[in-house]
Design a protein. Structure first.
Length: 459
């Protein structure tokens, strides 16, 4: 393929340094083999997340200088609100400082013990916010999502037959809200089609169940609809996004992704009474309704980022850079989720790391090896993040796929960095002894991947 070309010029550079290998060995050991516990300054290429790691544009930085830090009614909030209403069409916009707060606000007010919240796939904080409120977070993604090597255009779709069966089995009154993550992060950053979004919406509306998006990568999803779904090739990204949102009743969003900002988020909806309820809780835990835990300057950066993210040239380069890395890895024989998604390449670590048993966490072990061999930080999406403990067998039940996500920050790294990443994984693949199994020495009860600790063991 022709290498993608950045649709921008570089004005400011930040030096990064690759530590010597013996230094990296010591750093990861002192971090108890948890990549989250390594200092950012000790990382050469940081693929831990695409959340809040974007490079902001000159337009966004200019907007920061126009920050109005009035406690109530700052002008930046109204630009923020206007922009979100223009893109989503929702009546009520509530700012928060990041997406998980939006999830916490919503689920803490509408869920009770014994409820169910279906989605294609819930990501880690969404699942945790559902479960901490006593409800069950159910993944109803289509079967094609479970076939990593197969090229299916919309692996983020919800299986509508499973959804209708769930509603029939538990009753609509036990489902206070239905979710859909766009794009579907857990399943490889895969998009949902407009046809599937429309059908899911019809099912929920038939049963009077509110339908919300986890919309943090809505523009990337709209891009895939434009490129892959019949009837949308001539529509703009904003037109496609507006149609997507028209089928929903609200959304939560971390603006640290497709908001192209370093902090921020929102929850938006049409239900006035629910919006009032959530706003009252917002004032208690985040701040007044026109800032919601954010500075005025950051509200402005998000507003401008949401406008920029719908630019087709930006999205074309964004998706093509991810595809470029995936193509390189495929050429080197690294098993990945196909087709590549919008924000990351997902390595099938369970297939790549065959000499380590699942209970010794091959995906997590690969993240350790990537840092040790190349100074690269990535994140496991598998046996540590999404395992559950079965009290009957007293064993961990692992997810079907043990993945490592290489999340690409927006407008940050060049194609030379992509080639370096691929070369490090090629080296590891050719030298499997680089990857050592792990044993847990500490884990918290919730979201254990952020703070758990390990020791390495002999394979």
């Amino acid at each position: 393929m022709i290498a993608p070309v950045e649709p921008y010029r570089v004005k400011v550079v930040e030096p990064i340094r690759l530590l010597e290998r013996d230094e990296r060995v010591e750093k990861v050991k002192k971090a108890f083999y948890n990549i989250f516990l390594i200092r950012g300054e000790d990382v050469f290429i940081d693929l831990l997340t695409d959340s809040g790691t974007s490079a902001m544009s000159d337009n966004q930085w200019a907007g920061i200088m126009l920050g109005d830090e009035s406690y109530a009614g700052c002008k930046n909030y109204f630009h923020f609100e206007e922009t979100i209403k223009d893109i989503t069409g929702f009546k009520n916009v509530i700012p928060v400082h990041q997406g998980r707060v939006a999830e916490n606000l919503l689920f803490s007010q509408i869920l009770t013990k014994g409820d169910y919240v279906p989605s294609n796939n819930h990501f880690d904080t969404t699942r945790a916010n559902v479960e901490v409120n006593g409800a069950a977070a159910l993944d109803l993604v289509v079967e094609e999502s479970r076939k990593p090597s197969e090229e299916y255009p919309f692996k983020g779709n919800i299986d509508t037959n499973k959804l209708e069966k769930l509603i029939a089995d538990v009753g609509p009154e036990k489902i206070p809200v239905g979710m859909m993550t766009v794009t579907n992060n857990t399943g490889g950053g895969q998009p949902a089609s407009m046809a599937n979004i429309r059908k899911v919406s019809e099912i929920y509306r038939k049963h009077n169940i509110p339908f919300f998006f986890d919309a943090c990568r809505f523009a990337e999803n709209a891009y895939f609809i434009k490129k892959r779904e019949w009837g949308y090739a001539d529509k703009s990204i904003k037109e496609i996004a507006r149609e997507m949102f028209s089928y929903a009743d609200g959304c939560t969003m971390s603006a640290k992704k497709d908001g192209l900002a370093n902090i921020g988020g929102f929850i938006a909806m049409n239900n006035d009474s629910l919006a009032t309820q959530l706003t009252n809780m917002l004032i208690l835990i985040e701040g007044y309704r026109t800032y919601g835990g954010m500075a005025g300057r950051d509200l402005e950066a998000v507003a401008r980022g949401l406008q920029e993210v719908t630019n087709f040239d930006y999205l074309e380069y964004r998706i093509k850079q991810v595809e470029y890395l995936g193509t390189k890895l495929d050429e080197y024989g690294i098993p990945i989720i196909k087709p590549t998604g919008g924000h990351a390449v997902f390595v099938d670590a369970g297939k790549m790391i065959e000499h380590i048993e699942p209970e010794n966490y091959p995906g997590w072990a690969l993240t350790v090896a990537m840092y040790r061999e190349g100074g690269i930080r990535s994140v496991e999406i598998g046996n540590i993040m999404f395992a559950r403990y079965d009290s009957d067998s007293k064993k961990e039940i692992f997810p079907e796929l043990d993945l490592v996500r290489l999340a690409i920050p927006r407008r940050v790294y060049s194609n030379s960095h992509m080639e370096y990443i691929a070369s490090v994984l090629k080296h590891i693949n050719e030298n499997p002894e680089c990857v050592k199994g792990l044993r847990l020495t500490y884990q918290p009860k919730v979201l254990r991947h952020f703070t758990c600790r390990f020791e390495e063991i002999d394979n």
